[in-house]
Design a binder for this molecule. Structure first.
Ligand code: AQP
Length: 332
């Protein structure tokens, strides 16, 4: 059985992009892999969140994982900060990572923007911590969206650098799994930027916690154009926002974009938006109801996180001791 590690930052309410790009696939994969689904709260510190907000977001992320179908009897759900070995390995790996490798990371360039000199070291070193997240469990596979491919490639490079430096074959290189079903969801306000927790506009995204009226309002306000839907995606390639809505519908109904375009050919967006709203509500409302139940019962959430943390800690500390032995540190 392979072992997967994946995670989401508790930097805000989880959204449709996190669901279609990550969580929905985890639910399927947990049947085939030993699964570590982390709430990567240490990564979230790079945006310097307020303490009470971060704490609430960690529990909300856990409630979302559970409500969306991650089974705590099959998978381990835990906050990254509960396993100190992530940071210890990150330091060891950072000593093996040339700055040139980090300078190539697109996500740092995008997130730091023009204020590169003001960006914090945590944001710059983020991919090394991400490599440690995977390697501390000797993860064999990493389910990711297209945007994370470069980071998993870096994790493989770092694992290779470790093996070469210490003349061992300790780390197997983790394989990225880029699922065809992992849809990239774009902002509802701007079809050229991805749907993101950090977008200042709430109307740019659908949260998994949105009630049916809020979903309907956000979809009504979503940017489109006055043209009817064309019969194939090629004919719509310049209509980014329109294509994004069709892509969301296709992903939620497990159909190809081609099929959705031909089904709705000639239909205008006011009609299509109603159908999309119905689809979103039918998928998200049951998840939202379960989230509400979990959030009313934080003790249950904490117990599930504790159980996941115990398992993660014991595997991670066993691996960390092996790593310490290899590199010449004393085992603890
Ligand atoms: N728009 C998206 N479409 C498809 N997949 C997405 N993911 C995120 N946004 C989309 C996938 O969700 C996983 C975890 O994401 P994350 O929250 O850890 O980091 P992120 O990609 O930076 O997500 P956000 O929402 O944009 O967060 P902020 O705004 O805090 O930076 C990943 O597998 C990602 O592919």
């Amino acid at each position: 059985m392979g072992r997967i590690f994946s995670g989401i930052q508790p930097t805000g309410n989880l959204h449709l992009g996190n669901y279609l790009g990550a969580i929905r696939n985890w639910v399927l994969m947990q049947k085939e892999y030993e699964s570590f689904f982390c709430i990567v709260d240490l990564h979230a510190l790079t945006i310097l969140p307020e303490a009470p907000q971060l704490q609430a977001n960690i529990r909300k992320a856990a409630a979302t994982y559970l409500a969306a179908g991650i089974d705590p009897e099959k998978s381990y759900i835990f906050p990254q900060s509960a396993v100190a070995a992530h940071c210890e390995l990150a330091w060891i790996l950072s000593c093996l990572t040339p700055l040139g490798w980090l300078n190539r990371m697109i996500q740092f360039k995008e997130k730091a923007g023009k204020e590169k000199e003001k960006a914090n070291l945590g944001l710059y070193g983020y991919p090394v911590l991400q490599a440690a997240d995977i390697l501390i469990y000797k993860g064999t596979h990493v389910p990711i969206g297209e945007d994370q491919k470069q980071h998993v490639e870096l994790a493989r490079d770092i694992a290779g650098a470790f093996n070469r430096q210490y003349k061992v074959d300790y780390f197997k290189l983790p394989e990225p799994i880029i699922l065809k079903t992992a849809a990239r969801v774009m902002s509802l306000r701007d079809g050229s930027s991805k749907m993101s927790k950090s977008d200042p506009s709430d109307y740019s995204r659908i949260h998994l916690s949105d009630d049916p009226d809020t979903i309907a309002l956000k979809i009504r306000k979503a940017k489109t154009d006055p043209e009817p839907i064309a019969g194939n995606p090629k004919a719509m390639e310049k209509r980014l926002e329109a294509l994004n809505l069709l892509g969301i519908y296709a992903a939620l109904s497990d159909q190809s974009l081609e099929k959705v375009c031909s089904e709705f050919e000639g239909v205008n967006f006011s009609t299509f938006k109603q159908r999309l709203t119905e689809k979103l509500v039918s998928v998200f409302n049951p998840i939202r109801q379960k989230m509400i139940c979990y959030l009313k019962d934080p003790k249950t959430i904490d117990a599930i996180l504790e159980k996941g943390s115990d398992k993660a800690r014991s595997l991670a500390s066993c691996h960390l001791n092996e790593i310490k032995d290899i590199i010449g540190l004393l085992k603890t």
